[in-house]
Structure formats: structure tokens, C-alpha cells
Design a protein around this ligand. Structure first.
Ligand SMILES: Nc1ncnc2c1ncn2[C@@H]1O[C@H](COP(=O)(O)OP(=O)(O)OP(=O)(O)O)[C@@H](O)[C@H]1O
Ligand SMILES: [Mg+2]
Length: 389
């Protein structure tokens, strides 16, 4: 995992964060689009800003780049306040969804542009352009006009152009957003491996949770102008602190329950219309006995049958997904999704659902977020939508 840089103070070495945002807000006229945001990003991190459309990801990225100024708060880079540093003097580069290449120039001309404006020598430019085009797997594309290249190739040129200046940080705003799914997945792997190889700090914006999980060291999940949770992919998937996080990342059954007893890290709850169980608890929300709360249970945290049934329902659909199958079980009018093995005969009819011990999370009661529903669950592939009950 990437680390920070260190400076010595009277008290011994104190880490200076590579990048630190403190209390950053943004207002456009009367509209508050970013609420107070605090973030620390380490050198070498692949850090992703993830969230639904309109939540403020691009605004935050533009504040970092210097294209936009914050309404209040501070951005410090290696300890230095960037408030008065204009975009062109910040040691960062940006990559956009729209490539923003010079269409009349060759690939090499595009990549070399930044080096030329900095006054680099011919030989140095040639060497660096060659090296970077190799890195993005376009070793022979130098002389070609960019307009002849495919979208995926153009995005690699844009990446090469941004990386050739060896920026301290690369800011990428949905760089794969315009590409079809297959190319997108392929370039996700490439971007990830380029980032890991170079060790350049990437701040990456996406609204695609799978992309964020696959590529990032850490993710900041945003909703309505606010960072709601920051953590590594596994942490943010396994330890959601709110309903929004649980539903935005991966697939979750959200079941109404009542708190029976609550400790620091877990709570005893009873599901509405079901049994009692112990669930993990993350974050510092206080849960009090008899309060309503929500049990967040991933399909793989549930199984059909077992010693301590939690819920009873009727299998409405059994969907074969290759590695596993998914049961849609109707419980009191709500569909609960349960992951099952593909071995043996599939379960049918009335069933009992059990919790895999140690799994499941309790979060405070909160209505479903409209934005999650609008964004649509991205896990719903064509195969999953097939009706083969
Ligand atoms: N220049 C501007 N003037 C007024 N409002 C703006 C401006 N730029 C952005 N906004 C508003 O700020 C909010 C956040 O916009 P932003 O572009 O940061 O969202 P986003 O998370 O990048 O969304 P998307 O995923 O759709 O790109 C939106 O409601 C948007 O309409
Ligand atoms: Mg955006």
C-alpha cells in the first residue's frame, strides 16, 4: 500500500499528507454542491471518487485541478496550500471522458505537446514519447493522425499525453465512460496495471461501482455533495455504515428489524416477521434497544435451509449464474435474494432462510435513496434478468 512522505518536527517525524482537503465546500450561486469535505490521499494511491450522477465528483476533481476554486476550505499538496496556485502551475494532469486530443495532430504530436511547451530537447522528447507509447501499448502509432484511431486507442493517447510529463498526480474524470463494456473492462485492467507500475497517484472519478472496486486502493463514496464513507474496496463492501453505501456497492437485501441490544461493534436484532440474530455494526451511529433499524444482508450471507432459520418464504425464481445460482425468495411480499450452490437439485416452494454465522450488518433506519434507484443496480446483467424459474 502506498505511503506518505515524512518531515521531521521537534516531536520527531510527523507525516505530511501527500494531499489533504480540509473543510472544502462549493456553492454555485445559492446551491451547495459540495458540503464540507475532508480527505487525505497518500502518494501512490489509486483513489476513486464514486457516486451517482450529480453528487459532486467532477466539481471536487476540478477544485483539485485548479479549474474551479473552493467556496471555503483548503487543499494542501505536500503541506503547501494550493489556494493561490493556478491550474497550469499545479503538478497534476487531467484525463477526460472526451479525450480532448488535438485532432489535426499525429499521436506523437499530441503526446509530445506538453514536453514541447516545457522546452524539452528533440532527443528527449523522442525517447519519452516512444517509452510512454509503449507503456500504453501503442508502440507504432506515433505517426498516425489521432482522428484515425478508435475510441479506446484515443483514450490511451490521452493517457500517454497526461503521463509523459510525469505529473505528481493524475486526475481522471470518467476516462472510460464513452467506451463499450468489453473495451472498458480491458482498459480498466490496463489502467490499473499502469498505475501500479508507475506508482503515480491517481484520483479517479466514476459512477460505476464495479469499476471502483476493481481498480482502487481506496474509494470515497459520495452522495448529494457529501463523502459518506471512505475505505478500501473490501472494507466498503463488507462494512457499510449506511443503507446508501450498502445499496450502492454490490447487491444487498435490506430488511426492517428492531434493535434488542447494541454494543460497539455488533447488535442483537429481531427481523420484522422473522427471527433474532447478531449483526456487525460499523461507524459511530448509535443504536438503541427497541429502535427500528435495517439489517443489510448480501445474498452470499444467506443460505436456504440450516439449523437456525431466520426467515420463511417461497422461492419465486431460481437464476443460474454459472458460478452460483440466485434464489429470489418472497418473504412477506418482499423479495429476498439468496446465493446458492449450483450443485444438486435447486430448492423450490416453501423454504427457510438462514444467516451464515458472523455475516450481515446493521445500519440505522433510513429510507431508500432515490438516487440509488435512479442509478439502477449495475449488477443486473442480462443473464440475471433471464427468467428461468
Ligand atoms: N458551473 C456550474 N454552475 C452551476 N451548477 C453546477 C456547475 N457545475 C456543476 N454544477 C452542479 O453541481 C452538482 C454536481 O455536479 P458534478 O458535475 O460535480 O456532478 P458529478 O458527480 O460529476 O456528476 P456526473 O456523474 O453526472 O458527471 C450538479 O447538481 C450540477 O448541476
Ligand atoms: Mg462528472
Amino acid at each position: 500500500m502506498p505511503g506518505g512522505i515524512h518531515a521531521t518536527t521537534a516531536d520527531g517525524p510527523a507525516p505530511i499528507p501527500f494531499l489533504r482537503l480540509s473543510g472544502v465546500t462549493k456553492r454555485f450561486d445559492e446551491t451547495q454542491v459540495l458540503r464540507s469535505t475532508d480527505l487525505e490521499i497518500a502518494q501512490g494511491e489509486f483513489f476513486t471518487l464514486l457516486g451517482p450522477s450529480g453528487c459532486g465528483k467532477t466539481t471536487l476533481l476540478r477544485i483539485l485541478s485548479g479549474f474551479e476554486s473552493a467556496s471555503s476550505g483548503e487543499v494542501r499538496f505536500r503541506g503547501k496550500d494550493l489556494g493561490r496556485t493556478p491550474a497550469e502551475r499545479r503538478p497534476f494532469n487531467m484525463v477526460f471522458q472526451s479525450y480532448a486530443l488535438f485532432p489535426h495532430m499525429s499521436v506523437a504530436g499530441n503526446v509530445a505537446y506538453g514536453l514541447r511547451t516545457k522546452g524539452a530537447g528533440r532527443e528527449e522528447i523522442r525517447e519519452r514519447v516512444r517509452g510512454i507509447l509503449e507503456l500504453v501499448h501503442l508502440p507504432d502509432a506515433g505517426p498516425r493522425p489521432v482522428s484515425e484511431l478508435s475510441g479506446g486507442q484515443q483514450q490511451r493517447v490521452a493517457l500517454a499525453r497526461a503521463l509523459v510529463n510525469e505529473p505528481e498526480m493524475l486526475l481522471l474524470d470518467e476516462p472510460l465512460g464513452a467506451l463499450d463494456l468489453k473495451l472498458r473492462k480491458f482498459l480498466q485492467d490496463e489502467l490499473r496495471s499502469i498505475q501500479r507500475r508507475l506508482g503515480t497517484t491517481f484520483i479517479y472519478v466514476t459512477h460505476d461501482q464495479e469499476e471502483a472496486l476493481a481498480m482502487s486502493h481506496r474509494i470515497a463514496l459520495m452522495n448529494a455533495g457529501e463523502v459518506v464513507q471512505v475505505g478500501g474496496p473490501r472494507e466498503i463492501y463488507e462494512q457499510p455504515q449506511s443503507r446508501f453505501v450498502a445499496e450502492f456497492i454490490g447487491e444487498a437485501n435490506v430488511l426492517a428489524c428492531k434493535v434488542l441490544a447494541a454494543g460497539r461493534n455488533e447488535a442483537e436484532v429481531v427481523l420484522d416477521g422473522g427471527g433474532a440474530c447478531t449483526l456487525r455494526k460499523y461507524g459511530d451511529a448509535r443504536l438503541v434497544p427497541t429502535d427500528p433499524a435495517l439489517a443489510v444482508v448480501r445474498p452470499e450471507h444467506l443460505q436456504i435451509g440450516g439449523a437456525e432459520p431466520l426467515l420463511k418464504g417461497v422461492v419465486r425464481q431460481n437464476v443460474f449464474l454459472g458460478t452460483h445460482c440466485r434464489y429470489d425468495v418472497e418473504v412477506d411480499g418482499q423479495i429476498v435474494r439468496v446465493a446458492g450452490s449450483t450443485a444438486g437439485a435447486p430448492a423450490e416452494g416453501a423454504v427457510e432462510i438462514c444467516l451464515v454465522p458472523g455475516r450481515g450488518v446493521v445500519v440505522p433506519d433510513e429510507p431508500a435513496s432515490a438516487v440509488v434507484q435512479q442509478a439502477g443496480r449495475q449488477g443486473g446483467s442480462a443473464a440475471e434478468d433471464a427468467d428461468d424459474a
